[in-house]
Design a protein. Structure first.
Length: 376
């Protein structure tokens, strides 16, 4: 089938890329509460072709030891494909890792909409000065620099020798204070470098600006309107602060809702939760990070299937936690997986770009002719 020949590894793709043991069901998070359901439907009702997804089902059914935990697809606001593996179920929250960062971007936009934050050009320290009066010489770092990973501080999660590398930060009590203590190595905005510490600092900015803990603000402004209650934030600083850089527990269905909110330009069931202006700005390329266009904590891709360029907005977390949004086709897909620190996590991209997206009829003819370009 066409699905097979689109993959680099050929018809035996799944056997080539899926190795390793299953996740232990004993370690899975227990459901915390019950989320509101979202509309469901069939592939035919939303005009998605079944061939690729049926082949994906067949391939996965023959493998006992892959580390995919869920695959979900929604189109036109309806959930039409939903699979769980390795003991996970619809109500099992999953650690989103750094996909949490994209949710933090939405919260910054909401705080701007509320007037608690003026704009992204505000200096970071204008909100953090009272909490950290001892910090010097950081006044030129703006909120936009934190949103684009371009603070200029010695903070690179990709470099184990960087003082701000996330594992070093996690060993501290107050991660925000530790981030603010880092030395400046480049002018802000000049040199983007993947840095979780800056996104954690954004969480403290939201808290100081709104006068609420981030979890309470997020529940009020984002999660409650979406009917999301089955969640848990990670904490640090003796549980007094919220980790907005990663480790939010959320169900894959809830992450589909987040994608749908972005797709709908901040609208949900007739209510405006977030301004379209913020959605557009946050999902417009601002910098290049890891050789990929990057907005305000959102990854941005463009792939060419031979018919038209397809724009993709993505939230990504270590291990295969991914939210894909294809605005042109009114489509959202979510994967969760346990390929932590494993290059095999890239299989979620192949599943999306070579199985889910070509299920859109507009791309079927092009998929028969050639594999898409622009995918690494």
């Amino acid at each position: 089938m066409l699905y097979n020949r689109l993959f680099v590894f050929g018809p035996m793709l799944m056997l080539a890329v899926f190795i390793g043991g299953c996740a232990s069901t004993a370690s899975l998070p227990e459901p915390i509460a019950q989320d509101d359901p979202m509309p469901t439907g069939t592939l035919a009702e939303v005009d998605l072709l079944p061939d690729y997804l049926q082949q994906l089902d067949a391939d996965l059914a023959g493998i006992d030891d892959h580390q995919l935990d869920s695959i979900l697809v929604a189109r036109h606001g309806r959930l039409v494909y939903e699979r769980y593996f390795n003991g996970y179920a619809a109500d099992t929250p999953h650690d989103l890792r750094s996909a949490t960062k994209s949710i933090t971007s939405l919260l910054v936009g909401m705080a701007i909409d509320d007037g608690a934050i003026l704009n992204v050009d505000q200096p970071m320290m204008s909100h953090l000065r009272d909490a950290y009066p001892e910090v010097d010489d950081k006044g030129d770092i703006q909120l936009r620099h934190l949103l684009t990973m371009a603070s200029g501080l010695d903070c690179s999660d990709r470099d184990p020798d960087s003082r701000g590398q996330e594992d070093r930060m996690y060993r501290q009590r107050d991660w925000v204070g530790y981030f603010l203590s880092l030395e400046t190595v480049a002018p802000p905005g000049l040199q983007p470098d993947y840095c979780t510490g800056g996104v954690v600092a954004l969480g403290r900015v939201i808290s100081e600006a709104t006068g609420q803990q981030v979890d309470a603000y997020a529940q009020q402004k984002l999660f409650a309107p979406l009917g999301i209650r089955n969640l848990r934030w990670a904490r640090f600083d003796d549980d007094s602060q919220i980790d907005t850089g990663g480790h939010l527990l959320l169900t894959p269905r809830a992450l589909v809702k987040i994608g749908q909110l972005v797709l709908q330009q901040g609208q949900w069931q007739g209510e405006s939760l977030l301004s379209p202006a913020w959605i557009n700005e946050a999902t417009t390329p601002q910098v290049t990070l890891d050789n990929t266009p990057y907005g305000y904590l959102w990854w941005l891709h463009e792939v060419d299937y031979g018919v038209q360029p397809v724009r993709i907005i993505a939230a990504r977390g270590n291990g295969g936690q991914t939210l894909f949004i294809a605005p042109q086709f009114d489509l959202v897909a979510v994967t969760t997986a346990s390929y932590y620190n494993d290059p095999q996590a890239a299989v979620v991209d192949r599943i999306f770009f070579n199985a889910i997206l070509p299920s859109v009829p507009e791309l079927q003819a092009a998929a028969q002719r050639t594999a898409p370009t622009g995918i690494e």
